[in-house]
Design a protein around this ligand. Structure first.
Ligand SMILES: [Zn+2]
Length: 435
């Protein structure tokens, strides 16, 4: 492995074009900030954190190393699976079973001399604020919304007006099939990921009655086999989604049902995709989005051009479904954002609902998506998920209606969820009669 001192004299050719961007002012450079004699030195010292070493993360690491960043950390708790090898190109067959963060770091260090990559083989939640405070930039290449929300909340909570270094820009990349997005969050200053949560609405569940009576799509037939036929016939003691015999059984059932309703399109792959909730990962989409994210990192760190979010457009969406299409716009910060806003968010509820129904609805609402919420109102605990003793004590409240619990129109409730240890979501009740 090369030592850090090897740069830049070891491979001047490699950095020739990058240095043209970093050393010369151009039409988009910010004259007030850009100093071509300083940029390379500043970037050498910058500490940058990459979250995720999967499909996006591998691309991001490689791109950052080739964009002139020298001190990169990467965090990922996963190990390499054989099914990753078609797109997570820093991994080889011999790496199966090893830590993604460690293998990716070693690979890029060997290929790009002078770069130091420090792997962290753990969950992001295992690191504390001090750890995250050590970085000037965070780049996310995650596939989980929960992990994104956690790091977003953590970075926003870290902001301390008195400490200039406490504003750590977050660059977030995401892909789903042929679609993707790249966005930049400047905590508390621009719209955060929580403000934009409704862009990730959970996939609408198909009503059971549709599955049971009139399926319209091949997916409905698969869901029918999965939810209804499996339960009725119990062909195996327990469904193992990785067992081809189990998926094969579901496929045959779904196919028969599809024939009955003259629906085409049920295949083994579709069955597997629906049952395992798989959205195909596409290497080309990952590479487009990772490139966009790393461009933002280069712009933010060098001031060679205005980055997303400085000050307006902060969200770039990409779609490769029918053709190549991108659209960049400003996603507004929300005053009632539970993470970066000051106002409680309005929550439509029916006063006749039980607390249990309210708790359930928090998981389904696109703007909340809280799966294990605990609820308090005006100093009193209505329902706590843990510890067990408190859960048992507050459980009877789940059966009581909101009005019965003394909740009134305009009352504020505080909701916490173990996925967001530090954040309490504020909601303001708005009574609306449902049917
Ligand atoms: Zn926000």
């Amino acid at each position: 492995m090369a030592s850090a001192q090897a740069y830049p004299s070891s491979e001047p050719e490699r950095w020739k074009y990058l240095d043209r961007i970093r050393t010369r002012a151009g039409p988009f450079t910010n004259d007030g900030i850009f100093d071509g004699s300083m940029v390379a030195g500043q970037m050498d010292k910058m500490k940058i954190l990459v979250i995720g070493a999967g499909g996006l993360g591998c691309e991001i690491l490689k791109n950052l190393a080739l964009s002139g960043f020298k001190d990169i950390h990467v965090i990922d708790m996963d190990t390499i699976d054989i099914s990753n090898l078609n797109r997570q190109f820093l991994f080889r067959q011999a790496d199966v079973g090893s830590s993604k963060a460690e293998v990716a770091a070693r690979f890029v260090e060997q290929r790009v001399r002078g770069v130091r990559i420090t792997p962290h083989n753990c969950r992001i939640q295992d690191k504390d604020e001090d750890f995250y405070m050590g970085f000037q930039l965070v780049v996310c290449g995650l596939d989980s919304i929960e992990a994104r929300r956690w790091i977003n909340a953590t970075l926003v909570n870290m902001v301390d007006d008195a400490v200039e270094d406490s504003y750590t820009p977050l660059i977030d990349g995401g892909t789903e099939g042929f679609k993707g997005q790249a966005r930049v969050v400047i905590p508390t200053i621009t719209s955060c990921l929580e403000c934009q949560l409704d862009m990730h609405a959970p996939r609408a569940a198909v009503p059971l009655c549709t599955l049971a009576t009139i399926p319209r799509q091949p997916e409905h037939c698969v869901e029918w086999a999965h939810v209804i036929a499996w339960d009725q016939e119990k062909p195996f003691p327990e469904l193992d989604k990785d067992d081809p015999a189990h998926i094969g059984w579901l496929y045959q059932k779904a196919l028969a049902r599809a024939h009955e309703f003259r629906i085409s399109g049920v295949t083994y792959a579709l069955t597997q995709g629906v049952v395992k909730n798989i959205i195909p990962a596409i290497a080309a989409t990952n590479s487009v989005i990772a490139a966009a994210c790393c461009n933002e990192a280069l712009k933010i760190s060098s001031s060679c051009a205005p980055a997303l979010g400085y000050p307006d457009d902060n969200y770039m969406m990409y779609s490769g479904n029918d053709a190549i299409y991108t659209y960049t716009f400003k996603h507004e910060q929300k005053d009632d954002c539970p993470v970066c806003g000051n106002l409680a968010r309005e929550l439509d509820v029916d006063p006749a609902w039980t607390l249990g129904e309210l708790v359930e609805s928090l998981a389904a609402r696109p703007a909340a998506q809280l799966r294990k919420p605990s609820v308090r109102a005006a100093g009193k605990t209505l329902y706590m998920q843990s510890p067990a003793s408190l859960e048992a004590q507050t459980r009877p409240n789940l059966e009581r209606t909101l009005s019965d619990l003394g909740l009134r129109e305009g009352d504020e409730i505080g909701v916490t969820d173990p996925a967001f240890a530090t954040v309490s979501f504020k909601f303001k009740l708005k009574f609306t009669k449902k049917s």
